[in-house]
Ligand binder design. Structure first.
Ligand code: AMP
Ligand code: MG
Length: 324
């Protein structure tokens, strides 16, 4: 059983292949915005359109199979940027029709969680999913994923990128802020916005940018990072105490932040929970997570539906097929 998964929800065009549960290919091409800019959806879609043939060829070659050996096509049909989603769904439909194989729509957020669980051999974690566009504290409850807390405005990765851009640093800004923050020594007070279980980052970006005019870059980066990550940890800790989950899984592109890993590790320990971070190639957007999720959900007899893009698809509306 070979499943091909297509990821195109934002900046990454990823194609992965799984043989049963094993990942045998995970190829990608990442769109880079022009200097000083964030993602322009139509430009990202153009990038996906241009690179998909090559990424598909690379994935088949890596997996050492022919197109005709595929049994399922899975595609991330949401949430994401509509022009980008369209490119992935178009390719998926073409392959499914051409090869006469089922097409399985996969929720992008759930795919991040499932590949993370597989990679870390974690069974039932509370998940801190932190990427460019998404920030959610989420975990399984019955046959649904439940969102315990989330951002009310922009994703935390986006907040790092915007703040970095305001400091004159290129995309992706997250890793650059993290490096600067390591050399920061003085904490500059910034807005800490936790509303119940939810978070907001826009005010933090604005105020940190304003204060950056009269501060050392390293200090303001340090203060920005400590504030944003502490907000996230507060909400995650409350969800962990409430759900009493014994595992905490950190995933999404921002999982690469070593300070965030350290904070989570400490907090999980205090709650006697095991802490996990998947391999880097599975934290960022990738095709393997779509292939794997398409395969496991299909194995549990999910009917392939009429597939269309679903730009605002929330992971808590996705009925998880439970084993019979
Ligand atoms: P994703 O959307 O999951 O592909 O993740 C990309 C996001 O992760 C971008 O917003 C990056 O700036 C952010 N990111 C990557 N590495 C780091 C880091 N070390 N610290 C903070 N953010 C990061
Ligand atoms: Mg993502």
């Amino acid at each position: 059983m070979n499943c091909l998964g297509i990821e195109s929800t934002a900046h990454t065009l990823g194609i992965g292949i799984t043989k049963k549960e094993e990942v045998v290919a995970n190829e990608r091409s990442i769109y880079k915005p022009s200097p000083g800019k964030g993602i322009v959806p139509s430009e990202a879609a153009k990038h996906h359109s241009k690179t998909k043939k090559k990424v598909l060829e690379d994935a088949l070659k890596k997996a050492n199979i022919e197109k005709e050996d595929l049994d399922i096509v899975a595609v991330a049909s949401g949430p994401g940027l509509p022009p980008c989603l369209l490119e992935g769904v178009k390719l998926a439909k073409k392959l499914s029709n051409q090869l006469k194989i089922p097409l399985v729509p996969v929720n992008h957020c759930i795919a991040h969680i499932e590949i993370g669980k597989k990679d870390c051999k974690s069974k039932d974690p509370l998940v801190q999913y932190v990427s460019g566009g998404n920030t959610q504290i989420i975990s399984q409850s019955g046959n649904l994923y439940r969102i315990y807390g989330e951002t009310l405005d922009i994703g935390i990765g986006n907040a790092f990128d915007k703040f970095a851009r305001n400091l004159g640093l290129q995309m992706p800004g997250g890793p650059k802020i993290m490096q600067l923050a390591k050399k920061g020594e003085n904490y500059i007070p910034l807005p800490y916005t936790v509303k119940g279980m939810d978070l907001a980052f826009s005010g933090l970006v604005t105020e940190a940018t304003r204060k950056s005019e009269n501060a050392e870059k390293e200090d303001i980066a340090y203060s920005f990072q400590e504030t944003a990550l502490s907000m996230l940890i507060e909400v995650t800790e409350r969800a962990l105490a409430h759900t009493k989950k014994e595992e905490l899984l950190l995933t999404g592109g921002v999982a690469a932040n070593t300070r965030l890993q350290e904070m989570n590790q400490l907090m999980a320990k205090e709650h006697q929970a095991d802490f996990y971070v998947p391999k880097r190639e599975y934290c960022g957007d990738n095709g393997a997570m779509i292939a794997y999720t398409g395969y496991i959900y299909r194995e549990k007899n999910q009917d392939p539906k009429e597939v269309d893009i679903n730009p605002t698809w929330r992971p808590n509306t996705y009925k998880i097929p439970l084993p019979k």
